[in-house]
Write a protein of this length. Sequence first.
Length: 143
Amino acid sequence: MQDMSNSETARTRWGAAPSLDDIARMAAEALETLEEPFRAHARAVAIKVEDFADDETLKSLGIESPYELSGLYSGVALTLEQPSAPSHMPPMVWLYRLAILDEWAATGDITLEELVAHIVIHELGHHFGWSDEEIDAINDSED
């Protein structure tokens, strides 16, 4: 049996898992890397971090495991927004901490900050009106 002092040393050395605030901070840092005019538009999007998507969201998307959804955009894309009939739903990017940490552990070849930035940029792409295919093509061209 391991004595408590060794266990405490390991926890101190490795630190605590990133908190909701830590993930939010990483997302904010990712926003600052965007070039204008994207950065200005992206700042209008709220970022909310939760451990998992709620059951209603998962059900509406046909997702069984909360670990399958690491991020989600909710709102009206800029390309669909109409000045004569503005949306009453504020644009928001949802980040799901435990799903992100699970994906990060499974990936193993990028930093957590890189993964959070990738998810934020992907979800912001939907704010700009880009499809998943267009976002993937942009990501592929940057690799």
